[in-house]
Unconditional design. Structure first.
Length: 252
C-alpha cells in the first residue's frame, strides 16, 4: 500500500491514525531506541517494527478498512522515565510473529523488538506495529502538535486515557482543550500486516549492547532463535518415538 516514496515533510496531520508515545524503555533512552530503529529501517529497505505493550488489533482493523495507507504518529513521553524502564531486571528479544488473525508472520531479517521482562511473572506476548518510512528516523522539530484532550479512541469514541501509550485515535479539533499538547516528532506509514503479536521471548545477555553494536546483537538473537527452534524440533520428534526406540532406552 505504500509506494516507496517519502512523505512530504510537512504533510497535514490525518484525522484518524495510530498514535504512540515513546521514551526510555528496556534500559535504552529514546535516542538510543531511535538510533537502532534507524539502523533497522536502513537494513530492511525502509521497514521497521515498533514494539508496543498493548494490543490495538481491533482499532487497526477498522483503520485499515477506512484508509488505504494509514499513518502512525510518534510523540515523546513528557514525564520522566520510571526506574523499571531505565533499569529493568531483564530484557528480552521477541523472535516469532503472528498476524492479527493468527497466521505466522516472518519477522524481517534485520528487525529486533525488545522489552523489559519481569522474572517473577514473565509475559509470553508482546506486540508491534509494522512500519515503513522513506526518511530517517530522527528526532526533529515539526510544526505539528496534538491536543491530548481532542483525541478520542477510534472505535469507542471515548477520550484517550493517560495510561494508553498506544491507541488508534480520532482527532476532534472542536473539543475544548486545556493546553495538554504533545509534539509530533516522527511519522510513518503502516504497511501489511500492520499489527502483529510477538511470541517466544529470548533473554538478552549483558554482552548484547544494542546501543553500540546493533548488528552483533541482531546476529546473536537470531542464532539463539535457530538453536531454540532446532532443539524444540528434536524434543518434539523424540516424544513421537516408540518407547523401545528412544535413543537413551534399551528395549525390554
Amino acid at each position: 500500500m505504500h509506494n516507496g516514496r517519502p512523505m512530504a515533510k510537512h504533510m497535514a496531520l490525518p484525522v484518524h491514525f495510530c498514535w504512540t508515545r515513546f521514551g526510555t524503555e528496556a534500559g535504552q533512552t529514546a535516542e538510543q531506541i531511535l538510533h537502532r530503529k534507524e539502523q533497522e529501517r536502513l537494513a530492511n529497505s525502509g521497514i521497521f517494527l515498533w514494539g508496543i505493550g498493548n494490543s490495538v488489533g481491533p482499532g487497526i482493523r477498522e483503520l485499515v478498512r477506512s484508509y488505504e495507507s494509514p499513518e502512525v504518529l510518534f510523540s515523546p513521553i513528557r514525564s520522566s522515565p520510571k526506574a523499571i524502564d531505565a533499569a529493568p531486571e531483564s530484557v528480552v528479544a521477541w523472535t516469532r510473529g503472528e498476524t492479527d488473525d493468527g497466521k505466522i508472520f516472518s519477522l524481517p531479517r534485520f528487525s529486533l523488538v525488545t522489552s523489559r521482562q519481569n522474572l517473577s511473572s514473565p509475559k509470553t506476548t508482546h506486540y508491534a506495529l509494522v512500519c515503513f518510512s522513506g526518511t530517517p528516523l530522527t528526532l526533529c522539530e515539526t510544526p505539528y502538535t496534538l491536543e491530548f484532550d481532542a483525541l478520542r479512541n477510534f472505535l469507542s469514541g471515548n477520550p484517550v486515557g493517560a495510561s494508553q501509550v498506544t491507541a488508534v485515535v480520532h482527532r476532534d479539533d472542536t473539543v475544548p482543550t486545556q493546553g495538554g499538547k504533545y509534539r509530533v516528532a516522527l511519522r510513518a506509514r503502516l504497511i501489511p500486516p500492520f499489527f502483529i503479536r510477538l511470541r517466544e521471548p529470548i533473554p538478552l545477555s549483558k554482552s548484547n549492547n544494542l546501543a553500540t553494536d546493533w548488528y552483533a546483537a541482531v546476529q546473536s538473537v537470531w542464532e539463539q532463535r535457530t538453536w531454540h527452534a532446532t532443539n524444540s524440533e528434536l524434543r518434539a520428534n523424540q516424544r513421537k518415538l516408540p518407547f523401545s526406540s528412544h535413543p537413551n532406552r534399551r528395549a525390554e
